[in-house]
Design a protein around this ligand. Sequence first.
Ligand SMILES: Cc1cc2nc3c(=O)[nH]c(=O)nc-3n(C[C@H](O)[C@H](O)[C@H](O)COP(=O)(O)OP(=O)(O)OC[C@H]3O[C@@H](n4cnc5c(N)ncnc54)[C@H](O)[C@@H]3O)c2cc1C
Length: 314
Amino acid sequence: MSEKEIEHHKLIIVGSGPAGYTAAIYAARANLHPVMISGFQKGGQLTTTTEIDNFPGFPQGRDGNELMSDMEKQALRFETVIIEDEVTDTDLKSKPFKVETYGKIYTCDALIVSTGATAKYLGLESETKFKGRGVSACATCDGFFFKGKDVAVVGGGDTAVEEAIYLTNFCSKVYLLHRRDELRASKAMQQRAFDNPKVEILWNTEIDEVIGGDTGPMEDLRVVNNKTGEKREIGVKGLFIAVGHKPNTDIFGDQLETDENGYLITEGKSTKTNIEGVFACGDVMDSKYRQAITAAGTGCMAAIDAERWLAEQI
Ligand SMILES: Cc1cc2nc3c(=O)[nH]c(=O)nc-3n(C[C@H](O)[C@H](O)[C@H](O)COP(=O)(O)OP(=O)(O)OC[C@H]3O[C@@H](n4cnc5c(N)ncnc54)[C@H](O)[C@@H]3O)c2cc1C
């Protein structure tokens, strides 16, 4: 860690998504005077989407930026201090914990990690162009918008198959595009896809281009068979990318225990990590649900766990 000004706080929360803000609201109301380091994506993943239809309390749905701005206001109302900086390094081996940002080094008695996860995309220009206009990385979040339409899912693991099957609940047809000639998903999951009449697997198939205008939704998808080179348009109005997520844990090195996919491991039904006094919530510790409401729920748990742990230290 470098020579920078050092500032101590009882509780630091890293990340300003639904998990971080909820942790802040609960911690602030418990009089812990939390300090949040927001990260460069203030508000988290939901700031990249316009329509949130499944966060309870908003019968007409809510714009992602507005929802996160309201969460910020609520955290500020209880006097959470929000620092707009990014954590670049941490030292959790001794207490107080050290958290380095571009501006300062912060030390704290307890730490809540809510740094989220980042969906992996394929990296195609047209895929980026149509993000939020037909291209999505979350079937649970956006599938409903494609009711009665044909869609495609890219990927070959359990998540891709699960998303494809989920989409058959309201889409007319779901193409599962896989670049190889066999899926990586478990045999049981594969069988569910094979047995579902609405799922058609396109083997050895990759995306050539997402088609559409400069404004408005995507209009079609051109795919290419990587064995024959044959290209064709498959008539879908939605494309779900299911090639994995990367939890944002690089700043912890190997200090915090992770599973084989890099998600932080928490103890039992708590948010406790392997280091006493460090708690994890939201998508960074949840490879399964990855929803705003579950992130907020575990954010609440982390604040309560931190409050109780701090109380025991006196
Ligand atoms: C396009 C899109 C649409 C979605 N739609 C829905 C939906 O309709 N409904 C729903 O329930 N869910 C939806 N989701 C999923 C939802 O956004 C996530 O489940 C939720 O945001 C996870 O919250 P989180 O607080 O754990 O993390 P995130 O929202 O990922 O926030 C992580 C925070 O950590 C910060 N951070 C990361 N690294 C650092 C660092 N080194 N230093 C400091 N800060 C750091 C980031 O800046 C960010 O503020 C959608 C996701 C996407 C991408």
